[in-house]
Design a protein around this ligand. Structure first.
Ligand code: CUA
Length: 172
């Protein structure tokens, strides 16, 4: 069977494009350490308030003994708890979030904190915040810190658009 030259050319181009895309994925994963959040940890979303970790008085930001800053957040229609958290730029940060009802998304402008918050699971993001990249997008405060919004970016119902909070980023 004879293959038309144009068809052959496009076959080669398509194979090269696939190879290029796989190359980009490998390069960003291995060279730039960019990975999707991959924590798998189950939790009973209907009983979050009864767990030790996601009980109301345990939410917010805490610094662990090893210097890691851990932020615990509960997302529920149509609210983010706590409404505002403070995170230091440059420090190792762990964000742990749980949904009390349906699928939500958690996205902090100017950072690579972005994950789905799936009911029944704990979402965990490990990152370090770059002060300059939040400063470009956020609102400067009198004390030198910058406030950026934290959005729910998965449609979760009629109040989805009002589901947001604030992250105050301090210079270390
Ligand atoms: Cu929660 Cu949209």
């Amino acid at each position: 069977m004879r293959v038309h030259p144009t068809e052959k050319r496009w076959f080669v181009i398509a194979v090269l494009l696939v190879a290029l895309m796989i190359g980009v994925i490998l390069y960003t994963a291995v060279g730039m350490h960019i990975h999707p959040p991959s924590n798998v940890e189950a939790i009973d979303s209907t009983r979050l308030h009864l767990t030790r970790e996601f009980a109301e008085d345990n939410l917010g930001v805490r610094r662990e003994k090893d210097g890691t800053v851990v932020a615990r957040i509960v997302m529920a229609r149509f609210h983010v708890e706590p409404q505002e958290i403070t995170l230091p730029a440059g420090a190792p940060i762990v964000v742990r979030a749980a949904s009390a009802d349906v699928l939500h998304g958690l996205n902090v402008a100017g950072t690579n904190i972005g994950t789905q918050v799936v009911p029944g699971y704990v979402s965990e993001v490990r990152t370090t915040i770059n002060f300059d990249s939040v400063a470009r997008l956020g609102v400067a405060n009198a004390d030198g810190s910058v406030t950026v919004p934290l959005f729910c970016n998965e449609y979760c119902g009629l109040g989805h658009q009002s589901m947001w909070g604030r992250v105050r980023v301090t210079r270390k």
